[in-house]
Design a protein around this ligand. Structure first.
Ligand code: PRP
Length: 183
């Protein structure tokens, strides 16, 4: 799906698919250096991180593996509570593995804070975070994030894995959802 297909639903485009691909190529090159000969395990957090894992991994030139977690945040409405339930756990034993958790967005940081604590108990050799987007103004928990695609303002963004009511994940670009869509 292109921006032109849903143009009236977006206030603006923040990042085009070309900008996203260029930034991912830079991060992939960093990971290639940082994880040379380490066979990192990319842990994608479903559903939003599917696009990021798919594109980041293919931009990398070193071997890696992939696994997936699905989590659900307890809380009312769109508010993240920080209490996370694991809906789908990893198939991979993390003991001795170099793990990179891959996210589409870090908002409050509560989900990742929980995931970091949880995965750290599984004795990985290392544990780092890569996120495509980060909202500095929304952060409630400070996290050490190794790789950040872009910092964005505290607005409702969709596209490239990010949804509103299940839609817009398949939009190539990342844009701000027009308030008229959810008002
Ligand atoms: C999004 C995102 C993170 C979380 C970040 O997932 O993928 O997992 O919210 O929010 P936080 O920093 O405030 O904890 P979401 O719950 O929307 O599920 P989805 O990936 O299936 O869209």
């Amino acid at each position: 799906m292109d921006t032109s297909d849903v143009a009236s639903d977006l206030s603006c485009v923040l990042f085009t698919k070309e900008q996203i691909a260029a930034r991912l190529a830079e991060i992939a090159a960093e990971i290639d250096v940082d994880y040379a000969d380490k066979n990192p395990l990319l842990v994608g957090v479903l559903n939003g991180a599917v696009m990021v894992v798919a594109d980041l991994s293919r931009a990398m030139k070193i071997h890696c593996e992939m696994d997936w977690m699905a989590v659900s945040s307890y809380g009312s409405g769109t508010q993240t509570s920080g209490v996370v339930r694991i809906l789908k756990d990893l198939n991979t034993d993390l003991h001795g593995r170099h793990v990179i958790i891959v996210e589409d967005i870090i908002d409050t940081g509560l989900t990742l804070s929980y995931l970091m604590q949880n995965l750290a108990t599984r004795d990985p050799a290392s544990l780092k975070i890569m996120t495509m987007l980060r909202k500095p103004a929304a952060v409630q928990v400070e996290l050490d994030i190794a790789y950040v695609g872009f910092d964005i303002p505290n607005q409702f963004v969709v596209g490239y894995g990010l949804d509103y009511a299940g839609h817009y994940r398949n939009l190539h670009d990342i844009g701000v959802l027009a308030p008229s869509v959810y008002a």
